[in-house]
Design a protein around this ligand. Structure first.
Ligand code: NOJ
Length: 555
C-alpha cells in the first residue's frame, strides 16, 4: 500500500508480560499540571490523570511516569519537595492517588513516580529546622551549610554556579538577626541540596521509597541521578565560567561522584526485595546527565539502575551521521552493560521536536512536523525502551510566543530573562473544541489554564487527532501496536545497512527494516515493496525526504 498508515488493528499481540517488562516498555510522561484538570482551577491534577487513562490505554503505552505531585511551594513545579510522602492539595490527596493506582492496575498501565533525591524544598520541615538551628548543629548537617569566605564571611564558600543561574550558595540570617552561614543549592535557592554523606539522608530516602512501593507503584524516575554527592571538600571549581552554562552538568566536583553508585546499588536491592515477594520487577530509571555514553553506562550496571534516559538522541541535530553516532555509542556502551537503552526525544525540559527540527515559526512548520514524525518511527524501531512526553503523540509544537508575564520557569527568572526554555513545552494539553481551554479544564468555558493555550491548539486536540487517520496520534498508536505485535521490535540488536549519504537504514532481524531519509529529496527505498508503516506518504520503491518507514521483508 502507498498510504501513510497500514491498518494494524487486529494484529495479535505477542508481547509476553514477563518480569522484565521494562526492558522494551514505552512509557508516557504525564506532566500532571498540564494533562487534565478535574477541578476547574486551571491546573491539571491526579483525578484528571485518572480520567485520561483510557485515552492512554487506547494509545497503547505500557506505563506512565507522573511528574512530582507532592506538597510543594512549586518554585520549580514540584521539583522542590516539601513532603515526599504526600500529595499537594492542588493535585488531590492520597486517596485520589490510590484511586489512580487502582484504575491504572485495572487497565494494565504501570505507574512510575518522580523522586527528587538531590534537593528538597526550602519549606521542607528539615530545612526549616536547619534554619532555626545553630551552625554545627545536627539539623544543619543534613544539608551543606558552610561559613562564607572573606573577613566578614560575605563571600560564598566556593565559586560554584547553580544550574539555573547565579551562585550555588545563599546566605542565611541567623537567629540573632545577623547574616550567617551559607547553604548549597545546585538549582534555585528554594531547592537546598541534601548532604548524602550524612547517614540520615539515605535512611530517609529508603523510608520514602518503601512508602510508595508499599502503595503499589511500579518504580521511579530519579531526578538528577548523577547528583546527590559533592566533592567532600567542596573545593573551588577550576572553570566556573564553563559551569555557569545554564543546564549543563559540567562541574565535575558537584556531579558524578563515585559514591553515588552505592546509592543506586542500595535502591536496586530494595527493588529486588519487592520483586522477590511477587515476581514483578520494579523499575528505577535515572535522569543521568554525564559527559559521555561510557560514563552513562556505569549507572546501569547490572546491580545499579535498571535504566537511564539517553539524552544524546534528544540533543542530536537532524543529521543522519549525528543520529548514527549516538545510536551506535548507546548500543555499544549502554546495551553492553546488559541494560537496555532508554530513548527519549521530548520531555518537560526541552523544546518539542516539531519545533526543534523545523523553523521556529509560532505554529511549527511542515518540515519540523515531518521530521518529528520520522524521528518518532526511528525511536520506536530502536532496541530498548522509549519515553513519550505528553502532547508528542499529538505533534504539538513548542509554544514559542508566550508573553514574559506568564512565564513561570525559574530559569527564565534566574538568568535575567535570557533563557526562555521550558514553559513552551508545558502548555496544557488541548482535548476538544475550538477555543481555550480546549477541554483541558472541567470548569467553565472561561476557566483559564495556568499557561495560556494558543488559538492554533484547536488543530491539535485529541478529539481531532483520534478522528484523523493521518494524525500524529495514529502514527504513534500504529507504531506502538506493531511494537507489541512484532517480536523483532523488542529489545535486541540492530545492524546498520548500507545506505546513501543522509539516510540511515538498519535491520532488526527477521526481515524487519527501518530506514530514515534525513534529506529533503526522494531517494530509492532501500527495500522493495510497500512499507508496513511510514511517517508520511511513501509509495513502494521510494523513501521521500524527511520520512521514515518500516518494512517487513522476506529475508
Ligand atoms: C530535572 C527536571 O527534569 C527539571 O524539570 C528540574 O527542574 C530539575 N531536574 C531540578 O529538579
Amino acid at each position: 500500500m502507498t498510504g501513510t498508515h497500514r491498518q494494524v488493528d487486529g494484529v495479535s499481540l505477542k508481547r509476553i508480560d514477563t518480569h522484565r517488562w521494562w526492558r522494551d516498555a514505552v512509557i508516557y510522561q504525564v506532566y500532571v499540571r498540564s494533562f487534565l484538570d478535574s477541578t476547574g482551577d486551571g491546573i491539571g491534577d491526579l483525578a484528571g490523570v485518572r480520567a485520561g487513562l483510557p485515552y492512554l490505554k487506547k494509545l497503547g503505552v505500557d506505563g506512565i511516569w507522573l511528574s512530582p505531585f507532592y506538597p510543594s511551594p512549586q518554585h520549580d513545579h514540584g521539583y522542590d519537595v516539601a513532603d515526599y510522602c504526600g500529595v499537594d492539595p492542588v493535585f488531590g490527596d492520597l486517596d485520589e492517588f490510590d484511586r489512580l493506582m487502582a484504575t491504572a492496575r485495572r487497565l494494565g498501565i504501570r505507574v512510575l513516580l518522580d523522586i527528587v533525591p538531590n534537593h528538597c524544598s526550602s519549606e521542607h520541615p528539615w530545612f526549616r529546622e536547619a534554619l532555626a538551628s545553630p551552625p554545627g548543629s545536627p539539623a544543619r548537617a543534613r544539608f551543606h551549610f558552610a561559613d562564607g569566605r572573606g573577613p566578614d564571611g560575605s563571600e560564598p564558600p566556593n565559586n560554584w554556579h547553580a544550574m539555573f543561574g547565579g551562585p550555588a550558595w545563599s546566605r542565611v540570617t541567623e537567629a540573632d538577626g545577623r547574616p550567617g552561614q551559607w547553604y548549597l543549592h545546585m538549582f534555585t535557592p528554594e531547592q537546598p541540596d541534601w548532604s548524602w554523606r550524612n547517614p540520615e539522608i539515605p535512611a530517609e530516602f529508603e523510608r520514602i521509597l518503601r512508602f510508595w512501593l508499599d502503595r503499589g507503584v511500579d518504580g521511579f524516575r530519579i531526578d538528577v541521578a548523577a547528583g546527590l554527592y559533592k566533592h567532600p571538600e567542596l573545593p573551588d571549581s577550576d572553570d566556573p565560567e564553563a559551569d555557569a552554562r545554564t543546564r549543563d552538568s559540567v562541574n565535575p566536583l558537584a556531579w558524578n561522584q563515585p559514591e553515588v553508585h552505592d546509592v543506586w546499588r542500595h535502591w536496586r536491592a530494595i527493588c529486588e526485595e519487592y520483586t522477590a515477594r511477587d515476581g514483578h520487577d520494579r523499575l528505577l530509571v535515572g535522569e543521568v546527565s554525564v559527559p559521555s555514553a561510557r560514563e552513562h553506562a556505569k549507572y546501569v550496571r547490572p546491580d545499579e539502575l535498571h535504566q537511564a534516559f539517553f539524552f544524546d538522541l534528544l540533543s542530536a541535530p537532524w543529521e543522519a551521521d549525528a543520529f548514527r553516532k549516538v545510536i551506535s555509542e548507546a548500543m555499544e556502551d549502554i546495551a553492553g552493560t546488559g541494560s537496555t537503552v532508554t530513548w527519549v526525544l521530548n520531555n518537560h525540559d526541552q523544546v518539542r521536536t516539531v519545533t526543534r527540527y523545523g523553523e521556529p515559526t509560532p505554529q511549527g512548520s511542515g518540515l519540523g512536523a515531518a521530521r518529528a514524525r520520522a524521528a518518532a518511527l526511528l525511536m520506536l524501531a530502536l532496541p530498548g525502551a522509549a519515553y513519550i512526553y505528553q502532547g508528542e503523540e499529538l505533534g504539538l509544537p513548542e509554544v514559542v510566543d508566550l508573553p514574559d508575564d506568564v512565564l513561570t520557569d525559574p530559569i527564565f527568572r534566574r538568568t535575567g530573562s535570557r533563557a526562555r526554555i521550558r514553559d513552551g513545552c508545558r502548555v496544557p494539553l488541548p482535548w476538544s473544541g475550538q477555543a481555550s481551554p480546549f477541554g483541558f479544564t472541567s470548569g467553565a468555558e472561561s476557566a483559564k489554564p495556568w499557561l495560556p493555550q494558543p488559538e492554533y491548539f484547536a488543530m491539535y486536540t485529541t478529539d481531532r487527532a483520534l478522528d484523523d487517520t493521518r494524525s500524529f496520534w495514529h502514527l504513534y498508536r500504529d507504531g506502538l501496536q506493531l511494537r507489541s505485535a512484532l517480536p523483532q521490535l523488542g529489545e535486541g540488536t540492530l545492524h546498520w545497512l548500507e545506505s546513501e549519504p543522509g539516510v540511515l537504514a538498519f535491520d532488526r532481524g527477521d526481515g524487519l527494516v527501518c530506514a530514515v531519509n534525513f534529506t529533503t529529496a526522494d531517494i530509492p527505498a532501500p527495500v522493495p515493496g510497500a512499507p508496513l508503516l511510514a511517517s508520511g506518504p511513501c509509495p513502494a520503491g521510494v523513501l521521500p525526504g524527511s520520512t521514515a518507514a518500516w518494512w517487513l521483508t522476506d529475508h
